[in-house]
Each structure stands twice: as structure tokens, then as C-alpha cells.
Design a protein around this ligand. Sequence first.
Ligand SMILES: [Zn+2]
Length: 89
Amino acid sequence: MKKDFVIITKALCPSCNQKKMDRHVIDPKCTSCKFLRHKANNLLSFKNFLDKSHPTWVYFNVYEKTKEGRGNQLDNFIKGKKEPSSKWL
Ligand SMILES: [Zn+2]
């Protein structure tokens, strides 16, 4: 069903991204890495947007959009492992 989502994306800082490429352990609490917040209603185009604009993204969590902002978590996606296969949930 088509609806609006609130999406929180984790994007690695350059240092952690280099560690990932070198297959080293990344500190999940690194304060330089960013959590990005977006609104979207199409998960496929959102993922394409991330690949272009925030290529160091590692995962994103999808929440329902409510009047207050962010509602229940609906799903989560992981780069290269569990990527969206449809526009909507
Ligand atoms: Zn980092």
C-alpha cells in the first residue's frame, strides 16, 4: 500500500567507510558517522537516492509517518544484504 514513511539512515564517516572497505571492525558508536532522517514514499527510489547522495549508507530503518512524526518501525534494510525489492511495504 502506498504511504509516506519516515526513514532513518546510518551513513558512515570517511574513516569508518575506509575501515569497512579494509574489512576492519567499525565502532558502532562512532560519533562522526551520521544518522540521516528523510521522508519518502517509494523505497526503490529512496535507495537509489542513497546510492547517489549518501553512498556510505549501511542500513536504514523505515517507520510509519504519523502526525507526531515517527511512528512504529515497519522494516529495516541493509546494504548488499537486504535491499528493498518493492516500492512500498
Ligand atoms: Zn565513523
